[in-house]
Design a binder for this molecule. Sequence first.
Ligand code: KG4
Ligand code: ZN
Length: 357
Amino acid sequence: MHAVLALETSCDESAAAVLSCGDDGRPEVLASRIASQVAEHARWGGVVPEIASRRHVEALPGLIEAVLEESGLAPRQLDAIAATVTPGLAGALMVASVTGRTLAALHQRPFLGIHHLEGHLASVRLADASPEPPYLVLLVSGGHTELIRVDVTGSMDRFGRSHDDAAGEAFDKVARLLGLGYPGGPAIQKAAEGGDSQRFRLPKGRISLPGGGFHPYDFSFSGLKTAMLRTVEALQKVEQPLPVCDLAASFEAVVADVLVERSLRCAQDHGIGELVMVGGVAANQRLRTLMQERGRHLGVSVSIAPLAYCTDNAAMIGAAALERLRNGACETPLTTGVAARCPLEDASRLYQGQPAF
Ligand code: KG4
Ligand code: ZN
């Protein structure tokens, strides 16, 4: 059996969790807490990095104390202490990283620096029945929209990505345009409930190929964002108040449609029978339902991270750490810092005995 304490402060959620796993490798969450700063950042319409770092410093010690107590484990019973070290806001990442490394040194436990996206990928392992690779992952968050094939050895290939905004970023920007506040995803989902998703025809955003035609699995959301702006500008001249619910529903529908269509096509084209969906946008109810329905129709089995572990949390960081422990990865040197950017393909550099950055 392995047990880990995991910390996450890469953006605007401070989080700590304790997880264990037995010989079957299935992670179990013994305790998980999140202190969200959303309300504070909402005043500014987005995350203010300086405020985020300060709030993490205030919140993290209490969260750690609470999850350790709830789990019934003492620090010396942990097999490792894990913290997100990349990518994210550098000052925010620093809080979990320094805290994790300090606790590791103090209690003489190994430290594991985790790649935030490795955490999102591992979040599907927290579902009751999680699939085993090979599978195709649609990672849709505030910073990423990517289609990644994970093979049996755990190695990854990227088949698709967004060329501009991530899907979550598009939700946040369109919510601001519609006066729905931050974070945009949940606000748009709520407004869309009472709206007509067929009312506005919006573009699906395709990426042209040099030799003609379009990239089958890449995404673009900037044209859609502009189309929303033009639609709002035109409506403002003729319809007051704005039909916010219809606008939100039409936007949500086209984003869900494009994500589902290209992901399933990619899975089918490559003969992959299993699709996994993770990340903050995977919390979207319309997207979850549509992906399940169309997957069933096309014979692709769909697994989605549990709702509670789609948006940022520390349990997913713990799940990634447990997987690394199981695979016998080296601990991360305590001299490793943080990095605002680092491609997912480089995540294994964190476990090779040399500081990656
Ligand atoms: O994974 P996450 O918590 O943070 C990143 O790593 O980026 O994702 C946050 C993103 C935000 O853009 C937020 O608007 C979006 O996920 N999001 C949603 C929903 N809940 C969160 N988007 C659509 N529908 C939702 N229900
Ligand atoms: Zn995230």
